[in-house]
Design a protein around this ligand. Structure first.
Ligand code: HEM
Length: 617
């Protein structure tokens, strides 16, 4: 196909104009629009010319006038231009020959450059593991322990990488520097929670509870109430008698196990203790087991009913729901899990309604002493006292959701940490010995450890930090989500991307810690300035920034005091036939990650006065 001189000149001109456009980094659409205009008159002819290369010039010309005309179209037009010039014949004249040679030469240099430019203009996304499946993406590659799969990918791809979980894009952060970037520098962008988890939607009354609420004025209001009303130092002090009672109750149960000669189910004892404590602080009733002296009370019946609901709730929350990641497949409800969640939520709601009604009835009977108030009382008082003119208001559903948040976030975390701690101490007899010596020297053997002994127990504090470094109970924190586009380490991250801060990998990061896999509390003796409050981004068991755990003080105290009491009150050993080197340390992944197998140990009381083990009346 040959072109007349004018046509060839025009098409070459288009080509040159495009190159100038790129070089000057001007509005590409405009430049090519102008150049394309030049050939509108010869459109028919050009259509014919481009038919060789199957280009549709008319489409390109139309597009060139619109904003849609981007790099790709420019590239196509360039190729078409070159091709048409090359197709010209000697009869077209010497000018065309010159254009042909120049165009081909420049194309050899400019086209590769254009391709690079094209890549540069595409937002640069973080690296992503290979092998993603259609529709479900990386989900099938996560396996039984997604936090371990993620850690392995980090070795290959670096401190930040991108996953596609169904239709959900998610970044994983595995170094202190990256964690600082998302939890401090860009904290506000990442302060929200995903709105896609079906179980969270049901159990948090449509994301009303503090844990799953979006980052907005309502969450800020709730967080203020939690910090200024529910988790204050004053309220923590007021709940000291409750915590003391529950500590003694746990000790008493362990003594009974020891007397019977059977090993102690450490998980069961810890779980009951922590749950009773939180339940009494939040709802005013116990969770399980009997009251002191094995007397069964009404509270326990209520607690057992709730225990049942909570057990099911935890189990359902841990199940995999395809609809969480591929919303358009939600209707399938494989395994009927969503249906079961709805039923469980119904039971939970009826139970919480009863709790609220009882608390309301108590309020009507007369004023309740501040020290006797549980969290439901405080939340109801706040609801009734709020100014009618206020735009943000607590309502009963928000109260129920907040109650659920406190229970769900407060029970497992502490008991899982202490269980890991006891396992590490059993595996490291020197550390156990050193901790016991500190306790004996600071507390003595004639009384139990008290909460106010903790500031004097420096080695205990170091042990707890070391346990939380290696075994953060929420290994990926709770997922955050970005509310706007942002850039991290030169990578573009679109709005609505999920964020997993891999606290587990960060605690074991070789660049941040010497011999990271060794259990060595001494590292914190030599660096006491590293705290658990999220100031040091190498140690993030409670997270950091706006969404950090609001109960850092309470959670740390619970863990420190419980571990101190267990080590001080009993001599611990493995059941006969097991040796400490063989103790398995397998994990069972979930939002919280306990040991895969519950820890069972023998306990022998070691304090002089056996009366100390009696629960108080
Ligand atoms: C060893 C004990 C504990 C640990 C390790 C722990 C850890 C965490 C972590 C990692 C988060 C998420 C942070 C993030 O997403 O960035 C969190 C959030 C939360 N924790 Fe804790 N926690 C503990 C104890 C408690 C206790 C005892 C309570 C309440 C009684 C509690 C209440 C909460 C709440 C309400 C949130 C949600 C905060 C929000 O989204 O604004 N935690 N915790």
């Amino acid at each position: 196909m040959s072109l007349c001189l004018n046509d060839s000149t025009n098409t070459s001109l288009i080509f040159w104009l495009q190159i100038i456009g790129f070089c000057l980094r001007q509005e590409v659409g405009f430049i090519t629009g102008v150049s394309a205009h030049l050939c509108v008159e010869q459109q028919l002819l050009l259509d014919q010319a481009f038919s060789n290369t199957n280009q549709k010039i008319s489409d390109l010309v139309t597009k060139s006038r619109s904003k849609e005309f981007g790099v790709m179209e420019c590239l196509k037009l360039s190729i078409a231009s070159v091709s048409s010039v090359m197709n010209s014949t000697p009869e077209d004249g010497p000018k065309v020959q010159v254009f042909t040679v120049c165009a081909v030469l420049v194309a050899m240099v400019v086209l590769p450059w254009l391709l690079i430019d094209l890549q540069r203009r595409e937002p640069k996304l973080p690296p992503s593991p290979q092998g993603a499946w259609p529709i479900v993406g990386h989900l099938p590659l996560l396996g039984k322990n997604p936090h371990i799969a993620m850690k392995n990918w980090a070795n290959e791809l670096g401190d930040m990488f991108l996953l596609r979980l169904g239709s959900v894009p998610a970044i994983v952060i595995t170094s202190p520097e990256m964690a600082r970037e998302v939890l401090l520098t860009q904290d506000k962008t990442w302060a929200s929670r995903p709105k896609r988890k079906i179980s969270a939607m049901y159990f948090s009354y449509n994301y009303r509870g503090i844990t799953f609420a979006q980052y907005n004025a309502t969450w800020r209001y709730l967080r203020k109430i939690v910090m200024l009303e529910l988790l204050t130092t004053k309220r923590l002090e007021a709940s000291l008698p409750v915590r003391k009672e529950e500590m003694l109750q746990m000790i008493w149960s362990i003594v009974q196990d020891a007397k019977s000669g059977k090993p102690v189910d450490v998980r069961l004892r810890l779980n009951n203790k922590m749950a009773n404590e939180i339940f009494r602080m939040v709802l005013g009733c116990r969770f399980s087991g009997s009251k002191q002296g094995d007397v069964q009370g009404d509270d326990d019946v209520k607690g057992r009913e709730f225990q049942d609901i909570i057990d099911e709730n935890q189990q359902l929350k841990g199940l995999f729901l395809l609809g969480d990641y591929v919303p358009w497949l939600r209707f399938l409800d494989i395994g009927g899990i969503e249906k079961r969640i709805k039923v469980c939520q119904g039971r939970l709601d009826r139970f919480l309604n009863k709790v609220v009604d009882e608390h309301e009835a108590n309020r009507r009977k007369g004023p309740i002493a501040e020290t006797d108030k549980d969290m439901v009382d405080v939340l109801l008082r706040t609801m009734h006292e709020q100014d009618q003119k206020e735009t943000l208001k607590l309502d009963v559903n928000t109260i129920k959701a907040t109650v659920m948040s406190m229970i769900a976030a407060g029970v497992d975390t502490s008991s899982i940490t202490v269980e890991w701690g006891m396992a590490e101490l059993i595996r490291h007899p020197d550390t156990m010995q050193k901790l016991t010596e500190e306790l004996d020297s600071v507390v003595g053997k004639t009384r139990m450890v008290q909460e106010n002994d903790i500031p004097n127990l420096k080695y205990l504090q170091a042990v707890v930090k070391e346990v939380l470094r290696l075994h953060p109970p929420a290994p990926l924190l709770i997922p955050h989500v970005s509310t706007q586009d942002c850039e991290i380490a030169g990578y573009h991250i679109p709005a609505d991307t999920r964020l997993y801060v891999h606290a587990h990998a960060i605690g074991r990061n070789e660049k941040a810690w010497d011999s990271p896999l060794d259990f060595d509390p001494e590292r914190f003796i030599s660096r006491p300035e590293i705290d658990l409050r999220g100031h040091d981004f190498g140690l993030l068991p409670f997270g950091s920034g706006r969404r950090a755990c609001p109960a850092i003080t309470m959670g740390t105290l619970q863990v420190q005091w419980t571990m101190a009491t267990l080590v001080h009150s009993f001599a611990w050993s493995l059941p006969t036939g097991q040796c400490f080197e063989d103790l398995d340390m397998e994990e069972e992944f979930g939002i919280t990650t306990p040991r895969a197998n519950a820890l069972t140990l023998h306990a022998a009381p070691r304090l002089i006065d056996t009366d100390l083990y009696q629960p108080c009346c």
